[in-house]
Design a protein around this ligand. Structure first.
Ligand code: NAI
Ligand code: MG
Length: 504
């Protein structure tokens, strides 16, 4: 790691606000105050395009987690300002935060590009825009969390029975690095919409946008302690998951850590929601609009440098059009220009970290060693410096190969031919994951029938990555527990109370 230069290639493009944010170590947010770790520890966050240190960040220990949970608890319990806030006040506050994020969109986009590596434009038009929209969408729900009145049948007596949706309490939000701001907002927004309080642990690779968001939350008037931000590694997350003062854990990340969290949360039976890994099958039938299918396979395979849990990493193509589709995807992959996220001519940035870089390249190397063919891409680093990987398309794979079974989380797609619907449905479902899947066919019957047969939380028909904050998402099988966003997205952040009154 080079500690001298901290900026991207073209230093002059950085906003003054970003430069100033990176000019001194970043503290953590506890109870509305910016503080150092109790033991003074920090960790460095790195620009994956240049491998240079951006800034040092306070590293939360179990002691800091304890302080943050205490602050979140105090902010939750009556008579705190937060517990007294009306739904309408919460709604207005959420909307205000959305406006503030939008007003700082360029700044967030630069921070995200520096910390994660993704392109500035992708961050601004994707991550940041959707984050702002999330606050606005849920601002509408704050005043609409209704219950029901339910009839009872007790002869000779009269009752009024109804339900209330109440917050769960203190939510530990543990998020990954692929969409740092957005994943933080996926948890924070529904949590506070429902009146919970939060301790957020951003990913160790990408803590910056969450810390900047913390500043804006205070600026918008969110009471102290409602959202606390404690950066750190997995041990900081583990301290949160084990803490008896936490009522619920909301996690996005690897299936491996998801399983650990499910076990560790059992001490006080925390509610747990998990959005975990994926290995989405993308099925192209011979009767599909092949231009659209190729474009969808490219977007589905390589979006966000391949670091997206719903990417279509397993392409299945009906034999009659296999070569045509493979050539189309390979040509598009070869045309993708890999480069610094601040370079406007780049189509794809680096992977987030050295660890991911090594992991992804070793999967490609392993496939080649086992006799697979690279129709595009390479098992070598795409550049001498930075964690760049060339978009890769692999054929001649078997279902048993690691590239076909494991979530790689890089710009790597495998393509496999198939003959019949039954055969491809069986292959597509032959995975421990069940997050997303897709079908391309001009035949409505085929598309909907196969869509129904695929075991996945999201199914795209003749499209990929079409999305909205109104749509629930989550996983079947080992891709997780619960659903995020849409009208279902509040369920995991509320307890349902049944009230029964006798009318005497
Ligand atoms: P990870 O699951 O280890 O990290 C995600 C978050 O969990 C981070 O904030 C991390 O600090 C925290 N964490 C780690 N261990 C923990 C523990 N024992 N208790 C509580 N929190 C803990 O994922 P990692 O190591 O960054 O990436 C490894 C692989 O996971 C990737 O290659 C990819 O396959 C998958 N992944 C999936 C994501 C998704 O969106 N579903 C996102 C990120 C990674
Ligand atoms: Mg990990």
């Amino acid at each position: 790691m080079n500690r001298k230069a901290i900026m991207p290639n073209d230093n002059s493009t950085l906003l003054p606000s970003v430069r100033s944010f990176l000019s001194s170590p970043r503290q953590m947010l506890i109870d509305g105050e910016w503080v150092d770790a109790k033991d003074g520890r920090t960790f460095a966050t790195v620009n994956p395009s240049t491998e240079e240190v951006l800034v040092d960040v306070a590293q939360g220990s179990a002691f800091d987690v304890d302080r943050a949970v205490a602050a979140a608890r105090a902010a939750f319990e009556e008579p705190s300002p937060w517990s007294r806030m009306t739904p309408r006040e919460r709604s207005h506050l959420l909307w205000r935060i959305g406006d503030l994020i939008e007003a700082h969109a360029d700044e967030f986009a630069q921070l995200e590009a520096l910390d994660n590596g993704k392109r500035v434009t992708a961050a601004r038009d994707g991550d940041v825009a959707v984050a702002a929209e999330l606050f606005r969408y849920f601002a509408g729900w704050a005043t609409k969390m209704e219950g029901t009145t339910i009839p009872m049948s007790v002869p000779g007596r009269a009752f009024h029975a109804y339900t209330r949706r109440e917050p769960v309490g203190v939510v530990a939000a543990i998020v990954p690095w692929n969409f740092p701001l957005l994943m933080a907002c996926f948890k924070i927004v529904p949590a506070i919409t429902a009146g919970n309080t939060v301790v957020l642990k951003p990913a160790e690779q990408t803590p910056l946008s969450a810390l900047r968001l913390g500043e804006l939350l205070l600026e918008a008037g969110l009471p102290a302690g409602v959202v606390n931000v404690v950066p750190g590694y997995g041990d900081t997350g583990a301290a949160l998951v084990e803490h008896p003062g936490v009522d619920k854990v909301a996690f996005t990340g690897s299936t491996e850590v998801g399983k650990k969290i499910a076990a560790a949360a059992s001490g006080n039976l925390k509610k747990v929601s998990l959005e975990l890994g994926g290995k989405a099958p993308n099925i192209v039938f011979a009767d599909a609009d092949l231009d659209a299918a190729v474009a969808g396979a490219v977007l589905g395979g390589y979006f966000n440098e391949g670091q997206c849990c719903v990417n279509g990493s397993r392409l299945y193509v009906q034999r009659a059009v296999f070569e045509q589709v493979v050539e189309g995807v390979a040509a598009a992959a070869r045309a993708i220009k890999v480069g610094d996220g601040f370079d406007a001519s780049s189509d794809m940035g680096p992977l987030v970290s050295q660890e991911q870089h090594e992991k992804v390249l070793s999967y490609i190397r392993g496939a080649v060693d086992q006799g697979a063919v690279l129709n595009a891409g390479s098992a070598d680093a795409a550049r001498e410096r930075g964690y760049f990987v060339t978009p890769t398309l692999i054929t001649s794979v078997t279902e048993a190969m690691a590239v076909q079974t494991d979530e790689i989380f890089g710009p790597v797609v495998t393509a496999v031919p198939f003959d019949t619907e039954d055969e491809v449905v069986a292959a597509a479902n032959n995975t421990v994951y069940g997050l997303a899947a897709g079908v391309w066919s001009r035949d409505l019957g085929t598309a909907h029938r196969v869509g129904a047969r695929l075991r996945a939380g999201t199914v795209w028909l003749n499209t990929w990555h079409a999305d909205d904050v109104t749509l629930p998402r989550g996983g079947f099988k080992q891709s997780g527990w619960g659903r995020e966003l849409g009208s279902f997205g509040l369920d995991d952040y509320t307890e349902l109370k049944t009230v029964i009154a006798e009318l005497r």
